[in-house]
Design a protein around this ligand. Structure first.
Ligand code: MN3
Length: 386
């Protein structure tokens, strides 16, 4: 039986993880849970899964919850670190959103926990440090993401030295058929309508800008130790092929299925086994078309920024991520337009003094400063969407 702590248990990935736990009561038990501020749902989860402790990011909400339950309640970032290191857990599911997830991942690894990672910002911001910790503490890091789960499955039993190319598929998001003039006018509501995947707000916006695909390129580099030259992205609007691996004999292996996050979530937790899953089996006749096309990098520059940040290394990807987080939050609060998101990211990347081989503390300091600087640019309205 696996003993899990879930960071971000009230979000999209967190709630789906708990559904899998509920369907497999002889395979999993819950040790710790955490929420940002959704204590109503957390309280229900406490009753249903009986964890040892929980964390609430928001301190006032933590106090509110303390009046309703006797369970140990930690708070703030320190609370996330507590849940990440609870003695009874062997695996930490990190489904936090944003670079707030980086330090708890590091904490969990230092406490010898295996990681099921949905928090993209962990590897984007601190890939080198985190993978160093994974090797040092000899833990497993399994991806919770359809693309990286697909790649993992395609590489299973293969010699990594024989890989010639990894191709990530990309739905293209809601604006795949837009022209630049149309992108100028898109609203928050437009951007939140993802055509194939149902996800949280932040990642849905990241999917609309293709920043999400850029993050996944960087994660692929760290998870599978392949150079950026061997990582490609192709647009595949149906989201049925989840990614592909080509070997040096030109043979290509792909993983397919209807878009359903429960498949990669459960596989990350069941590996090396596969548990049955009550999901809709793929029917190719019903799928009918599998379309592919190249991505217009002029329209979606965030993908190029990610390749640049990844190739330059150091702290540049941390800056890119921090600027993106602040810009996406501002977009979701109607403070900036859609095209200002990439502009803000580029402005921060252009002025960053890159630090080579950074320690985790240096990365988090860069993250903090880039957030401040991006916020200042938004407040001073230095950017006007062109
Ligand atoms: Mn994905």
């Amino acid at each position: 039986m696996k003993a899990l702590s879930i960071l971000g248990s009230t979000g999209s990935i967190g709630t789906q993880t708990l559904e899998i736990v509920k369907s497999n009561p002889s395979e999993f038990k819950i040790i710790g849970l955490s929420t940002n501020q959704n204590i109503e749902l957390l309280e229900k989860q406490i009753r249903a899964f009986n964890p040892e402790a929980v964390a609430v990011m928001d301190k006032e909400k933590a106090d509110e919850l303390r009046e309703k339950t006797d369970i140990t309640i930690y708070e703030g970032l320190e609370g996330l670190n507590k849940i990440a290191s609870l003695e009874g857990a062997d695996t930490v599911v990190n489904s936090l959103v944003g670079s707030i997830g980086v330090v708890p991942t590091a904490t969990a690894i230092k406490h010898k926990k295996n990681i099921a990672l949905a928090n993209k910002e962990t590897l984007v911001t601190a890939g080198s440090v985190i993978m160093g910790l994974v090797r040092k503490h000899k833990v497993d890091l399994m991806p919770i993401d359809s693309e990286h789960s697909a790649i993992f499955q395609c590489l299973n039993g293969e010699n990594r030295k024989e890989v010639s190319r990894i191709t990530l598929t990309c739905s293209g998001g809601p604006f795949k058929n837009h022209a630049l003039e149309q992108l100028q006018r898109v609203t928050k509501a437009d951007a939140l309508k993802h055509p194939t995947w149902s996800m949280g707000a932040k990642i849905t916006i990241d999917s609309a800008t293709l920043m999400n695909k850029g993050f996944e390129v960087i994660e692929t580099r760290w998870l599978y130790d392949v150079p950026y030259e061997k990582i490609d992205v192709v647009m595949h609007p149906q989201s049925i092929i989840h990614s592909l691996v080509e070997f040096h004999d030109t043979s290509v292996i792909a993983q397919l299925g209807w878009p359903d996050m429960k498949i990669p979530i459960q596989y990350a937790l069941s590996f090396p086994k596969r548990f049955p899953l009550n999901a809709k089996p793929l029917n190719l006749i019903e799928a009918k078309h599998l379309d592919f096309r190249a991505i217009d990098r002029g329209l979606f520059p965030c993908l190029s920024y990610a390749y640049l940040a990844g190739k330059k290394g150091g702290t540049l990807a941390a800056v890119m991520n921090a600027a993106n987080e602040v810009a996406v939050r501002a977009f979701l609060q109607d403070e900036i337009g859609f095209l200002e998101i990439p502009q803000l990211i580029k402005a921060q990347m252009d002025t960053h003094q890159n630090i080579r081989n950074p320690e985790l503390e240096e990365i988090m300091e860069v993250d903090r400063k880039a957030r401040e600087s991006t916020q200042k640019m938004i407040e001073e309205k230095e950017l006007v969407a062109k």
